[in-house]
Design a protein around this ligand. Sequence first.
Ligand SMILES: Cc1cc2nc3c(=O)[nH]c(=O)nc-3n(C[C@H](O)[C@H](O)[C@H](O)COP(=O)(O)O)c2cc1C
Length: 275
Amino acid sequence: MSFLQTIESMKTVRDFRDDPVPSTILKRLIRKTQSEKGLLPDTTFSVRLIEDGPGFFQLLNGKAGYFGKMIAAPHYIVLFDEPKTGVYENSGYVMEKLRLSAWEEELGTCWISLDERVDAAPWVVDPVEAPPMALVAIGYPEHGIFRQDVLKKSARLPLTDLVYLEKWGQKCPVEELEVRGMSEIFYYGKLAPSWGNRQPWRFILHQEKIYLALLVDDQENRALTDAGIVMLYIQQAAHDKGFSMKWQLLEREPALASEMGLPETYRLIGLFSFN
Ligand SMILES: Cc1cc2nc3c(=O)[nH]c(=O)nc-3n(C[C@H](O)[C@H](O)[C@H](O)COP(=O)(O)O)c2cc1C
């Protein structure tokens, strides 16, 4: 399966079979994720396996997941990292890479929101000092008695609501994206999952560059994690189309944001440009 086929077919799995996944498969997945580059050149993340899923579920039930609704799974995977600039974006990027690799191994995963501080270190072999930044449930999807694919991918906003041309709110016609050879890149980008499926990001094509604007309300850290995920999708789609482009994280860009007419609730956080 190509990366783009994986992106298209992957869905969030919330019902898992009870049987464990062989630890060789899980450890291989983690080794692969750990050995690949993150979003930033100098990242130091640590990915760890929680083998005792049922035990960890008991610990987090009521404390993690949407409104404390923890997802039961045979195993979990945690990403630990130090709080620093770009850490949420990188955690989203790296963990989503792992989810896509897991899907290729016919494993299902579900992102789990960590709202309370959780001491996950005692649950992993080889613990690290840093706090948990991202968590997913992992296991074989439960397909039900008819063994058919009943899972649905949640709907996404249309591209015209997500991509603006030069200025905030100025919809970018799809033909314009096609002329630039970029329609597929955004098509795959829009498939990126997000917390509550909020899709808190918008793209602005401005003077031949792609800017990522992010909704920074009281859910900022979640939105930054979502941003890392969409950056992965855009980067990989561009790479597969033969564009040699990469992301750069932006600090505050008030002059540019005001030139583009960004609302106060959005911030320019990424620039995607040719190397
Ligand atoms: C950062 C993040 C946190 C999430 N937290 C949860 C969660 O706590 N519980 C849950 O059931 N789904 C969670 N999700 C999954 C999203 O609800 C799901 O990806 C989105 O609705 C899109 O659905 P799809 O992945 O099936 O296309 C989370 C997703 C992200 C990216």
